[in-house]
Design a protein around this ligand. Structure first.
Ligand SMILES: Cc1cc2nc3c(=O)[nH]c(=O)nc-3n(C[C@H](O)[C@H](O)[C@H](O)COP(=O)(O)O)c2cc1C
Length: 311
């Protein structure tokens, strides 16, 4: 129905990869995306661990899948990279770092090495390290990433210089946006937000509801949560999240107002209180209107993109 040389080379029926979203993309979502013809990825975010990975791997069963790690979590959690490699994923992505020593280790195990980039120098560095696939991630995307370039100018520049396949990420949530990046020459799309509220996602109930209620102007790029929780995210990688009662005062505090404390935030996260807790989401969030299975989302996007591209 819709294919690129890259998706064909991997034996995928559609050129779609789900972003490895910590707290959303577990084994069930990955299996559903692979069953729909794409490549499902299991995401280990800030809270990633060997135990969490093993739990999600069990849910993925024997489908083909990929795994995505956060670089500082890979370095903190001993055994996590080894456990990911031992699971024999088709692809392993590690993002948000500058140390690419993992690339040959992953490739020696016959696994594709993937990373997200935000500008041309970053793409060059990853290619020099031997990366197999680049993800050009525009700043309209959800979750962590450099707040640098929007997807189309980024994709344009990276495709001009890249010698490896380039997946497009950031704000892709419709047949139109998918058709646009494929027409531009992307090898496929890396979908985060549009699949984060899918039926098979791990996202808790209130975070899902907040996503359904939000329109596309309702996101903000912030370090508020990471600073408050003292997480070692490099400051060049803030997160795009839904605006809420935590982000608004953070961006424009009243004079002398004390910054909210970590306990309040931890309690809100544990209670799935989306008015305070972080809900990662990109500017495509307004396109999510109801909860549906991942296969329905992937099928709709691909069918509509194919129709547009045929025109
Ligand atoms: C809920 C959510 C969680 C995410 N967690 C991760 C993660 O753990 N690791 C990662 O590499 N990227 C993560 N991302 C970012 C995605 O890899 C990707 O850059 C982004 O989702 C693309 O933009 P989009 O959300 O507009 O599709 C996350 C994104 C979302 C929406």
């Amino acid at each position: 129905m819709l294919a690129t040389p890259w998706s064909r080379s991997l034996g995928l029926r559609v050129p779609v990869v789900n972003a490895p979203m910590g707290g959303a993309a577990g084994g069930r979502l990955a299996a559903a995306v692979t069953a729909a013809g794409g490549l499902g990825m299991i995401g280990m975010g800030s809270a990633g661990s060997v135990a969490a990975l093993e739990r999600e791997l069990a849910l993925a069963g024997d489908t083909v899948f990929g795994i995505g790690l956060v670089d500082w979590v890979r370095q903190r959690e001993s055994g996590l990279l080894d456990a990911a490699i031992a699971a024999r994923p088709r692809a392993l992505s590690i993002s948000f770092g500058s140390d690419f020593s993992w690339v040959p280790v992953v490739q020696d195990a016959g696994i594709l090495a993937i990373t997200q980039v935000y500008d041309v120098p970053g793409a060059h560095r990853a290619q020099e390290a031997g990366i197999d696939v680049l993800v050009a991630r525009g700043c309209e995307g959800g979750g962590h990433g450099a707040d640098r370039l929007a997807l189309l100018p980024l994709l344009d520049a990276v495709l001009d210089t890249a010698t490896v396949p380039v997946l497009a990420a950031g704000g892709i949530g419709s047949g139109r946006t998918l058709a646009a990046v494929l027409a531009a020459g992307a090898a496929g799309a890396w979908l985060g937000t549009s699949l984060a509220a899918a039926e098979e996602s791990l996202l808790p109930e209130n975070a899902r509801r907040a996503m359904l209620a939000a329109d596309s102007t309702h996101t903000v790029v912030t370090t508020a949560f990471d600073e408050t929780l003292d997480l070692p995210w490099p400051p060049i990688y803030p997160a795009r999240v839904l605006r809420n009662d935590f982000t608004d005062p953070w961006s424009s505090p009243e004079p002398d107002e004390a910054r909210p404390d970590a306990d309040l935030l931890r309690t809100a996260i544990a209670a799935d209180d989306a008015t305070i807790a972080p809900v990662d989401a990109g500017q495509g969030v307004g396109l999510i209107t109801h909860i549906e299975p991942a296969a329905a989302i992937v099928d709709r996007l691909c069918r509509n993109a194919a129709t547009l591209l045929r025109r």
